[in-house]
Structures are given as structure tokens and as C-alpha cells.
Design a protein around this ligand. Structure first.
Ligand code: NAP
Length: 317
């Protein structure tokens, strides 16, 4: 079945997508948000969010996303909980297939987000939010005077370890090799911090604890020996993966699969938040591997919505 031609379709419904929807709805563009069956993005998997401004007592991640959704809906954004199956940005209007239906649109905001890489251990998944976390700036506070580990050997692991030392009594960085991907400066800062220790050539093979994390089993990859380490928290910093499979071959992606920002236009006709295809904009973690915060994603969503609005106006001149 073929739909009418829309002004704008937003793919994704985390803070970036729903903020874009709010702004585009208030500009009377009648945006359609293709939210995904699992709508709401990464905050749906968190418990208390204490660093989103405006909520001094904190707010549960799913409650915050419901508020985002209600606010966009209040101004007329149409939100469908279906997954995008494919996109065609090679001809205009653009075509998006979701739930066996083809949607046509003049412009698109790609806000499909990213997902944390996990070790995928059964007990790790069960204890997310109960001592297992992938966000030190969000959850470090809950580990005041506790012992924690952080898994990974990149800049994120170093940065998050340093954040954790503000609260935890000790932070062990568990890394699977003896060489680090982290920059010298970040590694140096971590090494200089007395609260941080390193467990190298090691992989976490199990997380222990019934209702909360009580320890981990760590295997030395050189000699195969497994030891138990009592800890209160395990933080993952082994990277994240952008959700961009459906965009391959349609818009420019970098070598890690993140959407590339590509300048479009000149002078007063210059647009921001643009991709390799004019009329397709990007917002949030699907292109931002640096900040990865709900508030920065929301900011990107606002920017992309304003740019798309300006671009649509320029098309009708
Ligand atoms: P990253 O550089 O890709 O590092 C990921 C780390 O996780 C690597 O050490 C990797 O080990 C390890 N790892 C991956 N899969 C694993 C698994 N299954 N089990 C155990 N370990 C695993 O990712 P990142 O640290 O998130 O950084 C991403 C980008 O953001 C980088 O460009 C980084 O420089 C940048 N960044 C910069 C800053 C800063 O400058 N302040 C802060 C954060 C991030 P191997 O090394 O063995 O592959």
C-alpha cells in the first residue's frame, strides 16, 4: 500500500528522534516517527537517570522517554511502533518500508541510535541496572565507597574509570590484552590514579550475585586460570554499535558504521546536521560516538529538526 507524500519522517525514537518530532510537530510539519517495536532507545534499559536536566530528584529512564513521547504527541507527531525494513534515498520522494507499508517523504531525520556492546554473559544481562552498567557518568554515584571493575582498554574505559574513582574506593580495569587502544594521555591519567589498578590479559567470563552484583569470574587468557573477584559493580566500556544496517549503500557511513555528517549547501543556503544525501538529516548516537548522552542526543534532535524545517522551506521557494 502506498501512503501520501509526507514532509518529514523521523527514524528512531530515543531522545534525538522524539526531540526532533517535538520541534517538527510544533512547526506544523506533521512528522511521522517510525519508532521501532522496541521504541525509546537506550534509556528504556536504564533505571534512575540523574543527569538529565530538569529532574532534580532523577527520573526512571522509561518514564523520561514516555514524557518525551507524550510531549511530541501532544503537538501532533504521529508515532508508529514498527521497525523500518528498508529505505530508498536514491530517488525523490524518499521511500521507507515499515510493517509491509511504503511511506513517501520529502525529508528524513535518521535518529536510529546505537546499542551498547555487551559481553553477552547470561548473568551480565540479568544484572543490568543491578550493578552492571554501561554508563559511568550516569551510575557512578550509586557506587560510593564500593569496589568496581571496568571492562575495556580504550579511551572510554580510562575516562569512565577516572569518573568512577570520584565515588568508588577501588576501580580495576580488566582488559583482554596487554596493549591498550586508549590514547597515551588517557592511559597515563588512569595509571597515575592511586585508586585504579589493571588486570590485563583477562576476560570476565561470569558475573556473580542473585539480586545484585557480588563478584565476577575472570579468566587469564594466557594461562587459562579462572579466579573470582568480589566486587559491587561492573561497568562495560567495550564500544557501542550504531544501528545503521538498513542505511548501508543509501547514505555515507564511516568505517565503523556511524552516519557521516557531510556539508550541504553554501552561504545562507548552507545546512547543518546533513548527510551525504541532501534532505536526509542525522541526529544523536547514530552519528555521535563521542558524547553519547541523552541530553546531547536531544540537542542534536532539535538542531536536525530546525535544519530540516529550513531545508523544506527552501524547497518551496
Ligand atoms: P574502542 O576504542 O573501540 O575500545 C574498545 C575496547 O573494548 C578495546 O580495548 C577492545 O579491546 C575492548 N573490547 C571490545 N570488545 C571486547 C570484548 N568482547 N571483550 C573484552 N574487551 C572488548 O572504544 P571506546 O573506548 O568506546 O572509544 C570509541 C572512540 O571514542 C575512540 O575513538 C576514542 O578515542 C573516543 N573516545 C575519546 C575519549 C576522550 O578522548 N576523552 C573518551 C571516550 C571515547 P581490544 O583493544 O583488544 O580490541
Amino acid at each position: 500500500m502506498v501512503d501520501k507524500i509526507r514532509n518529514i519522517i523521523i527514524i528512531g525514537s530515543g531522545p534525538a528522534g522524539l526531540t526532533a518530532a517535538l520541534y517538527n510537530a510544533r512547526a506544523n510539519l506533521n512528522p511521522l516517527v517510525i519508532a521501532g517495536v522496541k521504541w525509546g532507545g537506550q534509556l528504556m534499559l536504564t533505571t534512575n537517570v540523574e543527569n538529565y536536566p530538569g529532574f532534580p530528584q532523577g527520573i526512571l529512564g522509561p518514564d523520561l522517554m514516555q514524557k518525551f513521547r507524550d510531549q511530541a504527541g501532544r503537538f501532533g507527531a504521529e508515532i508508529l511502533n514498527v521497525d523500518v525494513v528498508s529505505v530508498n534515498f536514491k530517488s525523490r520522494p524518499f521511500k521507507i518500508v515499515a510493517d509491509s507499508k511504503s511511506y513517501s517523504t520529502k525529508s528524513v531525520i535518521v535518529a536510529a541510535g546505537a546499542e551498547t556492546n555487551w559481553l553477552n554473559l547470561p548473568n551480565e544481562q540479568r544484572l543490568i541496572g543491578k550493578g552492571v552498567s554501561s554508563c559511568a557518568p550516569c551510575d557512578a554515584f550509586f557506587f560510593k565507597d564500593k569496589k568496581v571493575i571496568i571492562v575495556g582498554g580504550g579511551d572510554s574505559a580510562m575516562e569512565e574509570a577516572l569518573t568512577l574513582t570520584k565515588f568508588a574506593t577501588s576501580v580495576a580495569i580488566v582488559h583482554r590484552r596487554d596493549e591498550f587502544r586508549a590514547s597515551k594521555i588517557m592511559l597515563g591519567r588512569a595509571r597515575a590514579n592511586k585508586k585504579i589498578s589493571f588486570i590485563i590479559n583477562s576476560q570476565v567470563v561470569d558475573v556473580l550475585g542473585r539480586d545484585k552484583v557480588e563478584g565476577v569470574k575472570i579468566k587469564n587468557v594466557k594461562d587459562g586460570k579462572v579466579k573470582e573477584l568480589p566486587i559491587d559493580g561492573m561497568f562495560l566500556a567495550i564500544g557501542q554499535s550504531p544501528l545503521t544496517n538498513i542505511f548501508k549503500g543509501q547514505i555515507g557511513l564511516d568505517e565503523r558504521g556511524y552516519v557521516k555528517r557531510v556539508p550541504q549547501g553554501d552561504g545562507p543556503g548552507k545546512f547543518q546536521m546533513t548527510t551525504s544525501v541532501e534532505g536526509v538529516f542525522v541526529a544523536g548516537d547514530v552519528h555521535d560516538y563521542h558524547y553519547r548522552q541523552a541530553v546531547t542526543a536531544a540537542g542534536y534532535g532539535c538542531s536536525a529538526a530546525l535544519e530540516a524545517e529550513k531545508w523544506l522551506e527552501a524547497q518551496s521557494d
